[in-house]
Structures are given as C-alpha cells and as structure tokens.
Write a protein that binds this ligand. Structure first.
Ligand SMILES: [Zn+2]
Length: 282
C-alpha cells in the first residue's frame, strides 16, 4: 500500500508507439482508428479515479467493432509488452517505478509484472492506459484477479490515486502466549473518509496482508530473540523497551505504516512483551 507517481506519458503516446511496432497493417490501423475512443476513456478514468469512482465505469467487450476485447488483449500481450517492441520501454518504466522493486499493493514482495487495475477482460479500452497499469507482485496480481468492484467500498487501493496520509493506521496486537503472537490489523486514520476506511480494510483482506505480515513478524521475532534476551539479562525490561523504541523510531521515520514499523510499535508498547514476553520467543 505505497503511493506511486502516475507514469509520465499518456495513452496517445502508448498507442502510437505500440502501433508503430505492429507489422500487420489492418491490426495497426484498427488500433489507430480506436485512438479517439481510447483517449476519451482515458480522460474519464483520470476524472473518476481521484474520487474513487472507477467502479461506475461500465464494462465492455471491445473498444470499436474492429478492435474487439480479444484483439485488444493480443495488442497488449503480443505488441505493447513484447520484448524488443518500440513500446516495451513504456512497460518497463512502469514495472521498475517502485522503490526497491517492492510491490506497492503489499509493500513486501517484489514486483513480478504489470497489472491492470480495471481488468483487461472487463475493460479492454484501458489495456494500454498508463493510469490503469500498476506494477504488482504475482500474489497480489492473483489475489485481485478480475474481481469486479460492485461498490466504492469494494475497490482495492490504487497506488496512483489513493493517499493514505502519514498517520499511523497499520497496528499490531501482541498476543500474550508462548511463543508470543503478533496480529496485524487496520486502524482507520482520523483523516480518512468512511469509504476509504472500508477500502483499506477490503484491500487488506483481498491481498491477505494479515497473514503475510504475521508470517514476516514471527520470523522477525525469531531473528531478534537472542539479542533481546542478552539485553534483558543486563538491563531488564527497561533496556528491552528502550531498544525496541529505538527500532520503532528508526522504521517510523522511513515509513509510518510498514509492517516493521507496526511490529516494533506493538512490541515496545506492550508491558507484557518488554517484561517477560521477549523471553518466550521460540
Ligand atoms: Zn504484492
């Protein structure tokens, strides 16, 4: 759930570059003839996305009578993203945009491909629209595959348009068990609208983020276990807490809502964990 800048080119550029690499004249012509319709759809998209209204755009099975949905799929796969094609550089620019190659939808796994926010099968007119092309890891891509939102609340987050702000919203509940457990959940930020709060929760569920972060968190606990025990032996719970507070502050400065920031905040604010829980990590 990381914000990304919109790609720095429009659909006209994408279509023209793509068409210039198509050697079947009728196919290239069908694409160029559809350009006005594709551009008009792009401006609708750019108008509706900032207010989370993309779910209202009607689905279709083609762009023009000549440019069917199936053909638009071929245009994307066999021409737009084909290695060595004139437009491949545009695809690559979108794919490599996220810092550290991290998927913006989960913030954890690496980007594997470019995903269509509005699915190709239902909205072929947006197959080449830069604002609809989002880098994603394969799990996030699979998790949201062709799921059609029926309401504003059912829309997953869009990295180019949704701003979650800098308030803390990803939080951890420490379970006082042996070994200690960590459960991640969304705590809606004050600044969010009711719709955004439901969308973040929906995104969290669709992408299985509670499960993903819990696994990462358990592994992180195992990594820091022996260091915490050593600290506890010399400085007791106060030293453990001070260390965890430092780790939280450092991560918070970089990203207020990474799973690590949430984890360390949960740990350093748990009296139970700082006093005895850290000794129970397996
Ligand atoms: Zn992902």
């Amino acid at each position: 759930m990381k914000r990304l800048p919109l790609p720095g080119f429009d659909v006209k550029h994408a279509v023209e570059l793509c068409a210039s690499g198509i050697t079947i004249p009728e196919r290239a012509q069908a694409l160029m003839n559809a350009l006005p319709a594709i551009q008009s759809a792009e401006s609708t998209y750019l108008h509706m996305a900032p207010t989370a209204q993309l779910y209202l755009i009607p689905t279709s099975d083609g762009v023009t009578p000549q440019l069917t949905g199936d053909l638009m799929g071929v245009v994307y796969k066999s021409h737009f993203m084909r290695a060595g094609s004139p437009s491949r550089g545009l695809y690559d620019a979108i794919r490599v945009a996220p810092p550290y190659n991290l998927c913006p939808l989960c913030g954890q796994r690496t980007v594997a491909s470019v995903d269509h926010y509005l699915p190709q099968s239902l909205h072929p007119v947006f197959n080449l629209t830069p604002a609809n092309l989002v880098p994603a890891c394969s799990d996030c891509n699979k998790n949201k595959l062709a799921k059609l939102a029926q309401s504003a609340e059912q829309q997953t987050l869009h990295p180019y348009f949704d701003d979650l702000g800098s308030e803390r919203w990803l939080v951890v509940d420490v379970r006082e068990t042996t070994p200690p457990g960590v459960a991640f959940r969304v705590r809606p930020a004050q600044a969010w609208s009711a719709v955004l709060a439901q969308r973040v929760q929906h995104h969290f569920e669709v992408m299985d983020l509670a499960e993903l972060y819990a696994a990462q968190g358990a592994s992180e606990l195992a990594d820091i276990s022996s260091g915490l025990v050593k600290l506890g032996l010399t400085g007791g719970g106060a030293a453990v807490r001070a260390h965890l507070e430092g780790e939280f502050a450092s991560r918070f400065e970089r990203d207020a809502n990474s799973w690590k920031t949430a984890l360390y905040e949960g740990l350093c604010t748990s009296d139970w964990f700082c006093d005895e829980g850290y000794r129970l990590i397996r």
